[in-house]
Design a binder for this molecule. Sequence first.
Ligand SMILES: Nc1nc2c(ncn2[C@@H]2O[C@H](COP(=O)(O)OP(=O)(O)OP(=O)(O)O)[C@@H](O)[C@H]2O)c(=O)[nH]1
Ligand SMILES: [Mg+2]
Length: 455
Amino acid sequence: MLDDTIAAIATPLGEGGLAVLRVSGPQALAVVDRSFVPVGKSSLPPSAAPTHTIQYGRIENAGAIIDEVLLAVMRAPRTFTREDVVEISCHGGLMPARLVLDVLLRNGARMALPGEFTRRAFLNGRIDLAQAEAVADLIHSRTELALAAAHEQLAGKLSQRINRLRDDLVKILAHVEAHIDFPDEDIAPATLEQLVQRLEHGVAFMDELLRTANEGQILRRGIRAAIVGRPNAGKSSLLNQLLGHERAIVSPIAGTTRDTIEETANIRGLPIVFIDTAGLRDAGDALEVEGVRRSRESLARAELILHVLDASEPLTLADEQHLAEFAARKKIIIGNKIDLPRRLEWKGVTETLVEVSCITGKGLEALREAIKEAVWSGDIHAEMFQVMINARHQDALQRARTSTVRSLDALRSGATLELVALDLRIGVQAVGEIVGQTTTEDLLDSIFSQFCIGK
Ligand SMILES: Nc1nc2c(ncn2[C@@H]2O[C@H](COP(=O)(O)OP(=O)(O)OP(=O)(O)O)[C@@H](O)[C@H]2O)c(=O)[nH]1
Ligand SMILES: [Mg+2]
């Protein structure tokens, strides 16, 4: 696969000022040579151009001009894929980029698969697997914090820690294996104690990494927060306030929102997916029945519930039923409409009421803070972003932890060293999966298929 030359449009399809195509592989310079006519005295075909230079000219097909372009010529190995790479900037819009791509394919390039450039960067040893995943995180990040975390992972902060952990386990394994080869010599008690300590240290380190999984998940995937409550409480008004624009229809008619509406907002740097729902009530017509069913479904899937009460009215029986229903859920109870005279009694109830007005905007900042507090444990500070493991890392680390703990127990209880080594080997393997030291085609396929074409 690595001996052919791939090409793709790297920018999103649609109208724009520029579009960029990427060509990578051993024939990259030759393919573009056949497609490109230099314009101007100093402009050169890619095969004659020095590395890391820009060339001006035209893409032509059998004498017909396709587009006016700039080429960035980058020779291996100082490129993203470590292969020869040419990046072609052409006019934006659908047609120019597509026609340029057609010419490249006709002249010997193959259409790249999703993530194939990044896959080559991995296979050629430029980045490891955790860094490759960070490229996807970077592209998909929806807030600055998510972006910061992706940058740290791309810079290798997680990989460094994983490699150190793996190195240490490998050294311990080597020590244990050496003693298997010389069964007459017992491990000296002092050495044994030291090995136990190092393994304990390794497990503690895995626990530390595993604790970042929750935050890593939040930054990558966001948190689903369902806005619920009885009709007219102000759920849609709250959604609009949190998003900063009039996304949902607001009206004094009870039962305005029929369908669920989902939008992501940036709350203190965290991507929160807010879901506005139809007011919970015994529905009248079939349409409303469906709306309430969808509300219930969103409720069940939500990781956080924003329960909106109307503070200008006393609690209704329905409100009390909802409060009881959500008692065990992670939630924030909101008293809306505090610009109106207060008629809601909130005494003797243990939970705090976050008071807001969706008309004046009062209390919204405190609500944002409460949302952050509910989903993120502790402060948000820059060092945390150095390591934020994803679900795949979590799975591998958990397996590594289980087998390391098993080998630790075996070592402590004086079991045969073969047993100790067996589990340690499994642990080393699992840790290696994170950075791609141990990997399979299937794993690579599943990671890179999540990328877009051209990345
Ligand atoms: N005075 C006042 N009125 C509000 C406030 N928030 C919402 N309202 C009004 O309350 C009414 C209902 O608001 P919505 O946001 O549509 O309520 P909802 O909970 O989405 O209602 P349904 O979609 O019908 O379930 C509208 O007339 C809003 O203008 C507020 O903070 N103060
Ligand atoms: Mg509504």
